[in-house]
Design a protein around this ligand. Sequence first.
Ligand SMILES: NC(=O)c1ccc[n+]([C@@H]2O[C@H](COP(=O)([O-])OP(=O)(O)OC[C@H]3O[C@@H](n4cnc5c(N)ncnc54)[C@H](OP(=O)(O)O)[C@@H]3O)[C@@H](O)[C@H]2O)c1
Length: 265
Amino acid sequence: MTKVAFIGLGVMGFPMAGHLAAAGHDVTVYNRTASKAEDWAGKHGGKAAPTPRQAAAGAEVVFTCVGNDDDLRSVILGEAGAFAGMASGTILVDNTTASAEVARELAAAGAGQGIAFIDAPVSGGQAGAENGQLTVMCGGEQAAFDRAQPVIAAFARAVTLMGPVGAGQLTKMVNQICIAGLIQGLAEGMTFGQKAGLDMAKVIDVIGKGAAQSWQMDNRAQTMCQGKFDFGFAVDWMRKDLGICLAEARSNGARLPVTALVDQF
Ligand SMILES: NC(=O)c1ccc[n+]([C@@H]2O[C@H](COP(=O)([O-])OP(=O)(O)OC[C@H]3O[C@@H](n4cnc5c(N)ncnc54)[C@H](OP(=O)(O)O)[C@@H]3O)[C@@H](O)[C@H]2O)c1
């Protein structure tokens, strides 16, 4: 059993922290909207703290899962931030989808205090978080990863160290670039089929067994045809992610014409 803190109880963080508690860890949570932290503590039997610093005090591993780079800085840095409550030798695991740049910035800030930082964005969506079946892509030092991995495993089906700090976020960018174009292509195919008067359930069943098959087709094509789109991943988050990808591409020289186009839709 490890003493852990979880900061950010949104669509993803709430169930992820729940899996940590269910695995037997001693969990203290913090959420900006305090009522959610109280709900969580009531449901999972852990403790709620009034600031990130107080949640992180005494924890061996501190998790964060907030919105974007600035949200992350606001819960980690400063007087009431998580780093202020953490001791030397502890680990901060960040599950937010953020830039590789902020991961490196926070890792440098933590290193000054002897705190290891692992960027650990996730894939698998709300369902993956609720089922404890997320894919976690990590960036950081091997020694810190080896200590954090068994704890992260409470909400994951795969936890992989991709390289140094920032490599987790860069991997998640590849993930989002792959999804953006694919989901647009899928939407166009579904619209075309409907306009052509085809039985779309039959179409999806048939082409889903061939080369057009994808996770998006298996999980989203049917519901797209029914006009259902609310599956816990906000469009604003996807646009935030594509913005991160496009900014990174400007610095590494990759050209992303399809990603840039989909971002404008
Ligand atoms: N949803 C998905 O399917 C999915 C999948 C993979 C990755 N992600 C990524 O995971 C992260 C969280 O996503 P989510 O869907 O869980 O978002 P969400 O439901 O909107 O939750 C965001 C959480 O961050 C907190 N927060 C935001 N800004 C803050 C700030 N400035 N200070 C303190 N707390 C702050 C929110 O607190 P309040 O409760 O007070 O608003 C809330 O707990 C995002 O980076 C997202 O891109 C999401």
